[in-house]
Design a protein around this ligand. Structure first.
Ligand SMILES: [Zn+2]
Length: 298
Protein backbone atom coordinates (compact mmCIF):
# COMPACT_ATOMS: atom_id res chain seq x y z
CA UNK A 1 0.00 0.00 0.00
CA UNK A 2 2.84 2.33 0.92
CA UNK A 3 4.44 1.78 -2.47
CA UNK A 4 1.13 2.40 -4.21
CA UNK A 5 0.75 5.74 -2.47
CA UNK A 6 4.10 7.00 -3.67
CA UNK A 7 3.05 8.10 -7.17
CA UNK A 8 0.14 9.92 -5.66
CA UNK A 9 2.45 11.79 -3.32
CA UNK A 10 4.54 12.81 -6.30
CA UNK A 11 1.43 14.04 -8.07
CA UNK A 12 0.36 15.86 -4.91
CA UNK A 13 3.75 17.55 -4.72
CA UNK A 14 3.46 18.61 -8.35
CA UNK A 15 0.00 19.98 -7.74
CA UNK A 16 1.31 21.90 -4.75
CA UNK A 17 4.15 23.31 -6.81
CA UNK A 18 1.66 24.37 -9.45
CA UNK A 19 -0.50 25.93 -6.78
CA UNK A 20 2.40 28.01 -5.59
CA UNK A 21 2.22 30.18 -8.63
CA UNK A 22 -1.48 29.81 -9.05
CA UNK A 23 -2.90 32.66 -10.82
CA UNK A 24 0.33 32.49 -12.60
CA UNK A 25 -0.16 28.83 -13.35
CA UNK A 26 -3.88 28.66 -13.78
CA UNK A 27 -4.10 30.36 -17.07
CA UNK A 28 -0.98 32.29 -17.68
CA UNK A 29 0.01 31.91 -21.30
CA UNK A 30 3.62 32.45 -22.26
CA UNK A 31 4.50 36.08 -21.50
CA UNK A 32 3.39 38.32 -24.28
CA UNK A 33 2.52 41.96 -24.77
CA UNK A 34 -0.52 42.62 -22.57
CA UNK A 35 -3.52 43.13 -24.82
CA UNK A 36 -7.22 42.86 -24.15
CA UNK A 37 -9.74 41.75 -26.73
CA UNK A 38 -13.42 42.70 -26.36
CA UNK A 39 -16.30 40.34 -27.22
CA UNK A 40 -19.68 42.05 -27.28
CA UNK A 41 -22.35 39.85 -25.64
CA UNK A 42 -25.17 42.40 -25.47
CA UNK A 43 -25.22 46.09 -26.46
CA UNK A 44 -23.97 47.03 -22.96
CA UNK A 45 -22.10 43.95 -21.84
CA UNK A 46 -18.67 42.82 -22.94
CA UNK A 47 -16.47 39.86 -22.22
CA UNK A 48 -12.85 40.98 -22.14
CA UNK A 49 -10.16 38.46 -22.94
CA UNK A 50 -6.55 39.11 -21.99
CA UNK A 51 -4.31 36.91 -19.87
CA UNK A 52 -5.92 35.05 -16.99
CA UNK A 53 -9.62 34.83 -16.20
CA UNK A 54 -12.15 36.36 -18.59
CA UNK A 55 -13.44 39.75 -17.50
CA UNK A 56 -17.01 41.01 -17.66
CA UNK A 57 -17.80 44.67 -18.34
CA UNK A 58 -21.19 46.33 -17.90
CA UNK A 59 -21.45 49.83 -19.34
CA UNK A 60 -24.18 52.06 -17.87
CA UNK A 61 -24.95 55.77 -17.65
CA UNK A 62 -24.00 55.55 -13.99
CA UNK A 63 -20.56 54.21 -14.81
CA UNK A 64 -18.85 50.89 -15.32
CA UNK A 65 -19.03 47.60 -13.48
CA UNK A 66 -16.09 45.24 -14.01
CA UNK A 67 -15.93 41.55 -13.13
CA UNK A 68 -12.40 40.45 -12.15
CA UNK A 69 -9.09 42.13 -12.91
CA UNK A 70 -6.63 39.49 -14.25
CA UNK A 71 -2.99 40.18 -13.36
CA UNK A 72 -1.38 43.38 -12.15
CA UNK A 73 0.59 43.68 -15.40
CA UNK A 74 -2.71 43.65 -17.32
CA UNK A 75 -4.21 46.64 -15.52
CA UNK A 76 -3.04 49.29 -18.03
CA UNK A 77 -4.35 47.32 -21.02
CA UNK A 78 -7.66 46.69 -19.23
CA UNK A 79 -7.86 50.39 -18.39
CA UNK A 80 -7.41 51.27 -22.05
CA UNK A 81 -10.34 49.05 -23.03
CA UNK A 82 -12.54 50.46 -20.25
CA UNK A 83 -11.85 54.00 -21.43
CA UNK A 84 -12.63 53.07 -25.00
CA UNK A 85 -15.74 50.91 -24.45
CA UNK A 86 -17.04 53.08 -21.61
CA UNK A 87 -16.48 56.28 -23.53
CA UNK A 88 -14.63 57.79 -20.58
CA UNK A 89 -17.19 56.75 -17.95
CA UNK A 90 -15.80 56.01 -14.52
CA UNK A 91 -15.32 52.54 -13.13
CA UNK A 92 -17.54 52.36 -10.04
CA UNK A 93 -17.71 48.69 -9.05
CA UNK A 94 -15.27 45.80 -9.35
CA UNK A 95 -16.57 42.36 -8.39
CA UNK A 96 -14.14 39.48 -7.90
CA UNK A 97 -15.41 35.97 -8.65
CA UNK A 98 -12.76 34.35 -6.41
CA UNK A 99 -9.31 34.76 -4.93
CA UNK A 100 -6.98 33.41 -7.63
CA UNK A 101 -4.25 35.73 -8.82
CA UNK A 102 -5.42 35.74 -12.43
CA UNK A 103 -8.76 37.20 -11.25
CA UNK A 104 -7.75 39.62 -8.47
CA UNK A 105 -4.16 40.50 -9.42
CA UNK A 106 -5.14 43.72 -11.18
CA UNK A 107 -7.26 45.00 -8.27
CA UNK A 108 -4.72 47.55 -6.98
CA UNK A 109 -4.85 49.30 -10.35
CA UNK A 110 -8.58 50.03 -9.90
CA UNK A 111 -8.86 50.32 -6.12
CA UNK A 112 -8.69 54.13 -6.05
CA UNK A 113 -11.93 54.58 -7.99
CA UNK A 114 -13.94 51.36 -7.64
CA UNK A 115 -15.67 49.71 -4.71
CA UNK A 116 -14.30 46.17 -4.72
CA UNK A 117 -16.87 43.48 -3.90
CA UNK A 118 -16.22 39.81 -3.15
CA UNK A 119 -17.28 36.91 -0.97
CA UNK A 120 -16.09 36.93 2.67
CA UNK A 121 -13.66 34.07 2.00
CA UNK A 122 -11.90 36.03 -0.75
CA UNK A 123 -11.02 38.75 1.73
CA UNK A 124 -9.95 36.21 4.36
CA UNK A 125 -7.67 34.39 1.92
CA UNK A 126 -6.15 37.64 0.61
CA UNK A 127 -5.26 38.61 4.18
CA UNK A 128 -4.04 35.13 5.07
CA UNK A 129 -3.13 33.10 1.97
CA UNK A 130 -2.57 29.33 2.15
CA UNK A 131 0.99 28.27 3.06
CA UNK A 132 3.43 28.90 0.23
CA UNK A 133 1.26 31.40 -1.61
CA UNK A 134 2.03 35.07 -1.67
CA UNK A 135 -0.35 37.59 -0.12
CA UNK A 136 -1.59 40.02 -2.77
CA UNK A 137 -1.05 43.75 -2.14
CA UNK A 138 -3.32 45.16 0.57
CA UNK A 139 -4.52 47.87 -1.83
CA UNK A 140 -6.42 45.28 -3.83
CA UNK A 141 -8.46 43.82 -0.99
CA UNK A 142 -12.25 43.93 -1.21
CA UNK A 143 -14.03 46.93 0.38
CA UNK A 144 -17.34 45.15 0.69
CA UNK A 145 -17.78 41.44 1.36
CA UNK A 146 -20.86 39.26 1.69
CA UNK A 147 -21.64 35.80 3.12
CA UNK A 148 -24.34 34.42 0.78
CA UNK A 149 -25.46 36.90 -1.84
CA UNK A 150 -25.66 40.59 -2.54
CA UNK A 151 -27.71 42.47 -5.12
CA UNK A 152 -26.17 45.50 -6.79
CA UNK A 153 -28.64 47.99 -8.23
CA UNK A 154 -26.51 49.84 -10.65
CA UNK A 155 -27.18 51.92 -13.72
CA UNK A 156 -30.73 50.60 -14.08
CA UNK A 157 -29.67 46.96 -13.76
CA UNK A 158 -30.04 44.43 -10.96
CA UNK A 159 -26.93 42.36 -10.60
CA UNK A 160 -27.19 39.39 -8.29
CA UNK A 161 -23.89 38.18 -6.89
CA UNK A 162 -24.41 34.70 -5.50
CA UNK A 163 -21.98 32.64 -3.46
CA UNK A 164 -21.90 28.99 -4.50
CA UNK A 165 -19.79 26.14 -3.30
CA UNK A 166 -17.32 25.26 -1.91
CA UNK A 167 -16.56 24.50 -5.55
CA UNK A 168 -13.54 25.89 -7.45
CA UNK A 169 -12.51 27.56 -4.15
CA UNK A 170 -14.52 28.33 -1.01
CA UNK A 171 -15.24 31.90 -2.10
CA UNK A 172 -16.77 31.51 -5.57
CA UNK A 173 -19.28 34.11 -6.70
CA UNK A 174 -21.48 33.91 -9.80
CA UNK A 175 -22.97 37.10 -11.25
CA UNK A 176 -26.46 37.09 -12.73
CA UNK A 177 -27.28 40.08 -14.94
CA UNK A 178 -30.96 39.16 -14.97
CA UNK A 179 -32.30 41.76 -17.39
CA UNK A 180 -29.51 41.04 -19.87
CA UNK A 181 -29.76 37.26 -19.49
CA UNK A 182 -26.01 37.11 -18.99
CA UNK A 183 -24.23 35.12 -16.31
CA UNK A 184 -20.55 35.44 -15.38
CA UNK A 185 -19.57 32.11 -13.87
CA UNK A 186 -16.00 32.83 -12.86
CA UNK A 187 -14.06 29.58 -12.69
CA UNK A 188 -17.23 27.55 -12.22
CA UNK A 189 -16.94 27.11 -15.98
CA UNK A 190 -13.87 26.19 -17.98
CA UNK A 191 -15.56 26.07 -21.37
CA UNK A 192 -14.68 22.91 -23.28
CA UNK A 193 -11.81 21.87 -21.01
CA UNK A 194 -11.36 20.00 -17.75
CA UNK A 195 -11.72 22.50 -14.92
CA UNK A 196 -9.11 23.32 -12.32
CA UNK A 197 -10.41 22.69 -8.80
CA UNK A 198 -8.29 24.05 -5.95
CA UNK A 199 -8.60 22.16 -2.66
CA UNK A 200 -5.79 24.34 -1.28
CA UNK A 201 -8.23 27.27 -1.45
CA UNK A 202 -11.19 25.30 -0.13
CA UNK A 203 -12.30 23.85 -3.48
CA UNK A 204 -14.38 20.66 -3.65
CA UNK A 205 -15.08 18.29 -6.54
CA UNK A 206 -18.65 17.34 -5.63
CA UNK A 207 -19.35 20.92 -4.66
CA UNK A 208 -18.12 22.05 -8.08
CA UNK A 209 -20.68 19.91 -9.89
CA UNK A 210 -23.42 20.93 -7.46
CA UNK A 211 -22.59 24.59 -8.04
CA UNK A 212 -22.72 24.17 -11.83
CA UNK A 213 -26.11 22.49 -11.55
CA UNK A 214 -27.38 25.19 -9.21
CA UNK A 215 -26.36 27.92 -11.64
CA UNK A 216 -27.83 26.00 -14.58
CA UNK A 217 -31.17 25.59 -12.79
CA UNK A 218 -31.49 29.37 -12.62
CA UNK A 219 -30.85 30.02 -16.33
CA UNK A 220 -33.16 29.97 -19.30
CA UNK A 221 -31.82 28.22 -22.40
CA UNK A 222 -31.24 31.58 -24.10
CA UNK A 223 -28.80 32.99 -21.51
CA UNK A 224 -25.28 33.97 -22.50
CA UNK A 225 -22.50 32.57 -20.37
CA UNK A 226 -19.11 34.10 -19.57
CA UNK A 227 -16.77 31.30 -18.49
CA UNK A 228 -13.75 32.00 -16.29
CA UNK A 229 -11.66 30.39 -19.02
CA UNK A 230 -12.52 29.57 -22.61
CA UNK A 231 -14.60 31.32 -25.26
CA UNK A 232 -17.90 33.17 -24.76
CA UNK A 233 -20.40 30.41 -24.16
CA UNK A 234 -24.02 29.31 -24.27
CA UNK A 235 -26.14 27.33 -21.83
CA UNK A 236 -25.56 24.33 -24.12
CA UNK A 237 -21.82 24.71 -23.46
CA UNK A 238 -22.52 24.73 -19.73
CA UNK A 239 -24.65 21.60 -20.16
CA UNK A 240 -21.77 19.93 -21.99
CA UNK A 241 -19.42 20.71 -19.09
CA UNK A 242 -21.92 19.36 -16.58
CA UNK A 243 -22.28 16.18 -18.66
CA UNK A 244 -18.49 15.80 -18.79
CA UNK A 245 -18.27 16.19 -15.00
CA UNK A 246 -21.02 13.63 -14.42
CA UNK A 247 -19.55 11.09 -16.83
CA UNK A 248 -15.93 11.34 -15.69
CA UNK A 249 -16.93 11.37 -12.02
CA UNK A 250 -18.99 8.22 -12.56
CA UNK A 251 -16.00 6.51 -14.19
CA UNK A 252 -13.75 7.34 -11.25
CA UNK A 253 -16.36 6.42 -8.63
CA UNK A 254 -16.82 3.05 -10.29
CA UNK A 255 -13.05 2.45 -10.23
CA UNK A 256 -12.87 3.40 -6.56
CA UNK A 257 -15.77 1.06 -5.79
CA UNK A 258 -13.92 -1.76 -7.56
CA UNK A 259 -11.04 -1.25 -5.13
CA UNK A 260 -8.53 0.35 -7.50
CA UNK A 261 -5.95 2.47 -5.73
CA UNK A 262 -5.43 6.09 -6.71
CA UNK A 263 -2.45 5.47 -8.98
CA UNK A 264 -4.33 2.77 -10.88
CA UNK A 265 -7.38 5.00 -11.30
CA UNK A 266 -5.18 7.68 -12.87
CA UNK A 267 -3.16 5.23 -14.97
CA UNK A 268 -6.34 3.78 -16.51
CA UNK A 269 -6.95 7.08 -18.30
CA UNK A 270 -10.27 8.14 -19.82
CA UNK A 271 -12.17 7.03 -22.95
CA UNK A 272 -11.25 8.88 -26.15
CA UNK A 273 -14.47 10.88 -26.14
CA UNK A 274 -12.98 13.06 -23.37
CA UNK A 275 -9.58 13.57 -25.00
CA UNK A 276 -10.43 17.00 -26.39
CA UNK A 277 -11.10 18.29 -22.84
CA UNK A 278 -7.46 17.75 -21.88
CA UNK A 279 -5.34 20.91 -21.93
CA UNK A 280 -1.98 22.27 -20.83
CA UNK A 281 -2.90 23.15 -17.28
CA UNK A 282 -5.32 20.29 -16.59
CA UNK A 283 -4.34 17.34 -18.76
CA UNK A 284 -6.30 14.09 -18.39
CA UNK A 285 -3.94 12.73 -15.72
CA UNK A 286 -4.35 15.81 -13.56
CA UNK A 287 -8.11 15.73 -13.98
CA UNK A 288 -8.22 12.09 -12.88
CA UNK A 289 -5.98 12.97 -9.94
CA UNK A 290 -8.34 15.77 -8.95
CA UNK A 291 -11.33 13.46 -9.20
CA UNK A 292 -9.89 10.48 -7.37
CA UNK A 293 -8.63 12.58 -4.48
CA UNK A 294 -11.81 14.62 -4.26
CA UNK A 295 -14.16 11.66 -4.54
CA UNK A 296 -12.31 9.24 -2.29
CA UNK A 297 -12.09 11.76 0.51
CA UNK A 298 -15.62 13.05 -0.02
ZN1 LIG B 1 -9.46 30.24 -10.45
Amino acid sequence: MGAMRAPLLVLAALALAAGRFLGAAEADPPRQEPSVEAVRMTPDFWMLVGQGGNLGLLVTDEGLLLVDSQFQRMAPAIRERLDELGDGRELKVLVNTHVHGDHVGGNPGFAAEAVIVAHDAVYARMVEPPPGREAPPAAGRPDLTFPDRVTLRFGGHEVEVLHVGPAHTDGDAVLFFHDLKVVHMGDLLFAGTFPFIDPGSGGDVRGYLEAMRRVRSRLGDDWKVVPGHGPASTVADLDASIAMMEATMAIVEERIARGMDDAAVVAAGLPDEWASWSWRFVPTERWLETLVRGLRDG
